[in-house]
Structure formats: structure tokens, C-alpha cells
Design a protein around this ligand. Structure first.
Ligand SMILES: [Fe+2]
Length: 227
């Protein structure tokens, strides 16, 4: 059912349309732990992905648990904020139980001249990307690229809809180690190549968040997941 919004103030501006992105700065310990768990023994996941990159290695259960422990709260907060926005504030998360289901996760090991074509993620509601490593010296490449009117080397670009007045249809992300971005799975995105020798390492996960109504006093104590 559509939510009917009635303005509450004498003057308001709001953005009811379009998807929302989430951003979180990962603690260095989580970045180190994920990098430390990266191994060639992980299953090759590239047949299921579109990346033209050296390696895409599937998370095992230990990695999924590690990432869920570190990022689950933020993923659920995205869900709650997006649901609240879509319902114009008429959404009470305090009597709900949220369950995070991580369907899959994988490392993306991208080296010079490699790229990730425009794509979406399927069979999930939410997707995310986090940055774990960058080639030494890429800042010099970026300094040169930023002299151009449209820098993009090694950047992630999201696209949604088409260019219209008073709105934007694309969003460019400069990767930084420790940055973590959340986006709806249907959102088109791509990653551009870079020239500096070395590894640009990121990871992605596909997740769904189930919600269930429970009385606050009956809600099971879920310190990890419950807001
Ligand atoms: Fe992707």
C-alpha cells in the first residue's frame, strides 16, 4: 500500500524518489582480518561474475561469519533507514527482529588494465563493496587523472535512471582502503581500469534482510543484529 505523506512543517524539502546508498568506515582490524583470510585455497567464483579481473574468490563460511559480525549492524541500519524513508517515517523498527542472510561473498582481485563491466547483482536485495588494498603509487596516477575533466581510473561508478533536471543519474566512488558502500542489488555499476602495477582488492557480498514483527519485550536479545 502506498504511504500517504502529509507535510508537517510550513516549508519542507524531501527526496521521496530514487535509491539510497550507505557508507561505513570499516575499522582497520576488520580490513586486516579480511586481508589475512584471503587465500588461493578459496573457491574460484568467477564463472558466476562478470569481472574481467585476475581472481574472484568465494567467501567460505568463516569469511561470511567474519564479515557479518563486522558489517551486519550497518547493513541492517541501511535496511531500517531505507524502509523508514520509503514509508515517510511511518516505520517502527523497535518491535521487529531482523535476520541477516548473507547469500554469498567474494574477493575481487583487480590488477592493472583489468575492469568490471556494467552489471547488477541478482537473487538478493542488497549488495555491498568494501576496499581492502590499493596498488602502491596509484595516488600519482589519480593526481594525473584528476587533471582530466572526467577522472575515473580504478573508480567504481553507480548509475540509476537517466539524466534529468534537479537530479543525478550516476555516482562515482574513489576507492579508499577501509571504505564500505551499500547499495540495492538492482543498481547498475562498473569499475574502470587503472594503469599502476599492483592489486586493487575489494570484496562484495549479496545479502537479504528478513524482518519479523515481535513484541519488544518478547524480542530475542540479538546484540549483533538488533538495532
Ligand atoms: Fe558488482
Amino acid at each position: 500500500m502506498s504511504s500517504i505523506y502529509t507535510p508537517k512543517e510550513g516549508k519542507e524539502f524531501f527526496t521521496p524518489f530514487g535509491p539510497m546508498l550507505g557508507y561505513y568506515r570499516m575499522p582497520p582490524e576488520l580490513v586486516d582480518a579480511l586481508n589475512g583470510a584471503m587465500s588461493d585455497r578459496l573457491e574460484d567464483h568467477s564463472d558466476n561474475l562478470v569481472g574481467k579481473v585476475s581472481q574472484e574468490l568465494r567467501f567460505d563460511q568463516n569469511l561470511i561469519n567474519l564479515a557479518a559480525r563486522g558489517l551486519g549492524q550497518m547493513l541492517i541500519e541501511y535496511h531500517v533507514r531505507a524502509r523508514t524513508r520509503c514509508n515517510f517515517g511511518e516505520y517502527d523498527h523497535t518491535e521487529k527482529k531482523f535476520t541477516l542472510d548473507v547469500m554469498s561473498g567474494w574477493f575481487i582481485r583487480q590488477f592493472e588494465n583489468e575492469y568490471n563491466p556494467l552489471h547488477i547483482h541478482t537473487q538478493c536485495a542488497l549488495s555491498c563493496v568494501g576496499y581492502l588494498m590499493l596498488p602502491e603509487g596509484i595516488e600519482a596516477e589519480w593526481a594525473e587523472d584528476y587533471q582530466d575533466h572526467h577522472p575515473s581510473h580504478g573508480h567504481l561508478q553507480f548509475a540509476h535512471g537517466t539524466d534529468v533536471h534537479y537530479s543525478v543519474c550516476n555516482f562515482m566512488v574513489k576507492p579508499r582502503i577501509g571504505d564500505f558502500w551499500i547499495f540495492p542489488s538492482y543498481m547498475f555499476h562498473c569499475v574502470y581500469p587503472f594503469k599502476t602495477k599492483g592489486e586493487r582488492r575489494s570484496f562484495s557480498m549479496n545479502v537479504t534482510i528478513e524482518e519479523e514483527n515481535v513484541a519488544a519485550e518478547q524480542a530475542p536479545l540479538q546484540k549483533t543484529w538488533r538495532l
